[in-house]
Write a protein that binds this ligand. Structure first.
Ligand code: HEM
Length: 528
């Protein structure tokens, strides 16, 4: 009674508007004072303010252009700035030296605490794991890839080289059957690159039209595309229980179940035929490691589990297939759009390799223009435009600013590769920018495989595969835009990878190397 009397007195009083204004000024002033006095707020990086709860997510524009939006914001806020993404903080770095410095630091080598990391991958594998477990799994994978021949590809005697050459032979034979006809290369290249990495991981290749293999490739490709749509749900996890808003989340979950089923059967095939003392591929190496730990009664406390093995296999396959396939799609598209570059590559291949045999890793040192062209493809396409996001594992001071624990750190590799202060006319496709006195030189700001502690684990293999496929195809075929079809633009579709828009090319037979070996797949083993 007494309270309501006072309330109505206040509301009816003439001083009420002044009271409201005074109260508002008080609260806004207090908020600004707290921000000024709170060292964390004062040390924040520059960046747009964003809205409560959703931060800057509604202002990031078209989902196909996130790398361009991030680049535009860098022009306003500088080479390192912050953004609020839902309840989390993101830091975007677009300067190569700052990226190198940040990614050398242990504190910036974690992965973001995203819904998918927790619920789908469970922090397993290599790509999304962190801490000691990540170090152990990464070291093991690198060791095994080395044993399986990833670094010995230069020798023609090498078994891995022979397997890659055999797969390329299947591919070029398939292209020959369709010589001169318009063809979409994406699915065939998915088959070639998928088979190479699948052979390394589980000793198996598939026919390009095998329905199980095609299903796995398309599920994976869809996954790479869906990642860009998952930004909202990753940073605002409550969306996953809201019907209509959770379609992407449910789709990614279903795809993960299908992918695991595909690899489970491959792993079972290897486990059923494994022999003591012999390692045919990565899965064999992992199974031997589990057995060794079981024998030593250390299995219970170790990180080498069936779930870990499954995620490592999926990580190596997905990272190894999609990136190399997309790089090659760009490579052949650029050749069709720049016939003068294509002729120069072919002239070099004809002179150094000739037409009697296929190009080998040993030839590479004599093929500077071909190598420079591949570097230019990797720069111009920036296939992984924002790298893999890192995260800060603790509050860290970086160049006078506080990067709070848990902040997601994006490296804008696309911006680095298109920076006019670093590259002369970056929008021009020009392999010569990588040549100095006829020799290939990669400037320090060329970083398609990222840099630092989490630098791509497959960079050696990727460079070798891309070179072998690119050189073998250009030796044998002329690449062109089919008559009557329009030239696709080179903007790319943004996702985890930046893919060329759908297009077709004509691959017309130039000549066939005489000594191409028939495609064979033997299964050599090395001691465990
Ligand atoms: C053109 C081809 C490729 C490109 C452009 C590429 C690029 C990248 C980039 C930018 C990263 C992120 C590094 C970071 O977190 O800072 C990465 C990570 C990774 N890549 Fe690649 N990659 C390629 C091929 C491959 C291949 C062939 C494999 C497998 C054999 C592979 C396996 C991985 C793995 C496992 C990681 C995670 C490393 C970690 O988190 O420690 N990549 N790659």
């Amino acid at each position: 009674m007494f309270h309501s009397a006072i309330l109505s007195l206040i509301l009816e009083s003439a001083i009420t508007p002044y009271l409201i204004i005074l109260t508002s000024v008080f609260y806004i002033g207090r908020y600004m004072l707290v921000r000024q006095l709170d060292p964390k707020c004062r040390l924040r990086l520059p960046g747009p303010r964003g809205l409560p709860y959703v931060g800057s997510i509604p202002f990031l524009g078209s989902e196909n252009k996130l790398h361009l939006t991030f680049t535009k914001l860098a022009k306003k806020y500088g080479p390192i700035y912050r953004l609020s993404l839902g309840s989390s903080e993101a830091v975007i770095i677009s300067d190569p030296n700052l990226i190198k410095e940040a990614f050398r630091m242990d504190q910036f080598s974690a992965r973001p605490d995203m819904l998918f990391v927790k619920e789908i991958v469970s922090g397993n594998g290599i790509i999304l794991s962190e801490g000691d477990m990540w170090k152990e799994q990464r070291r093991f994978a690198l060791q095994q890839m080395r044993h399986l021949g990833m670094y010995r590809l230069a020798s023609e005697e090498d078994q891995l080289s022979q397997k890659i050459q055999s797969e390329i032979r299947y591919f070029t034979d398939t292209l020959e059957e369709r010589s001169g006809q318009p063809i979409g290369l994406d699915y065939l290249l998915g088959g070639v690159m998928g088979n190479i990495i699948c052979t390394i991981i589980c000793g198996k290749r598939f026919a390009y039209d095998d329905p199980t293999f095609l299903g796995c490739l398309s599920t994976m490709e869809e996954g790479f595309r869906l990642v860009k749509l998952s930004m909202g749900i990753n940073f605002m996890p409550f969306l996953r229980i809201i019907p209509m808003m959770n379609t992407v989340y449910l789709k990614i979950k279903d795809n993960n179940i299908a992918t695991k089923a595909f690899f489970r059967s491959l792993i079972k095939e290897r486990a059923d035929t494994i022999e003591v003392g012999k390692t045919r591929d990565f899965v064999d190496a992992y199974l031997h490691q589990i057995q060794r730990l079981q024998d030593a009664e250390k299995f219970e406390t170790s990180n080498f589990t069936d779930a870990q093995m499954m995620q490592c296999v999926i990580d190596l396959f997905s990272a190894g297939m999609e990136t190399t396939r997309t790089s090659l799609e760009w490579a052949f598209l650029y050749m069709a759009l720049h016939p003068e570059v294509q002729s120069q590559v072919q002239e070099e291949l004809d002179r150094v390799v000739g037409i009697e045999r296929v190009p080998s890793m040993d030839d590479l040192k004599e093929l500077p223009f071909t190598e420079a062209t591949i570097c230019e493809v990797l720069r111009a396409s920036s296939v992984v435009p924002l790298g893999n996001p890192h995260a800060a594992s603790e509050d860290t001071m970086f160049h006078g600013h506080l990067v709070p624990k848990g902040a997601t750190i994006f490296s804008n590799l696309w911006a680095v590769h298109n920076d006019e202060t670093l590259w002369h006319n970056p929008s021009e496709f020009n392999p010569s920018r990588f040549l100095v006195d006829g020799k290939v030189e990669r400037p320090p700001h060329f970083m398609p495989f990222s840099t630092g502690r989490r630098v791509c684990l497959g960079d050696h293999l990727a460079k070798a595969e891309i070179y072998l496929v690119f050189a073998s195809v250009l030796q044998r075929f002329q690449v062109s835009i089919p008559a009557g079809e329009s030239k696709p633009d080179c903007q790319g579709l943004f996702g985890m990878t930046l893919k060329p828009k759908a297009h077709r090319l004509s691959m017309t037979l130039r000549h066939k190397p005489k000594s191409v070996q028939p495609a064979t797949f033997t299964e050599p083993a090395r001691p465990a």
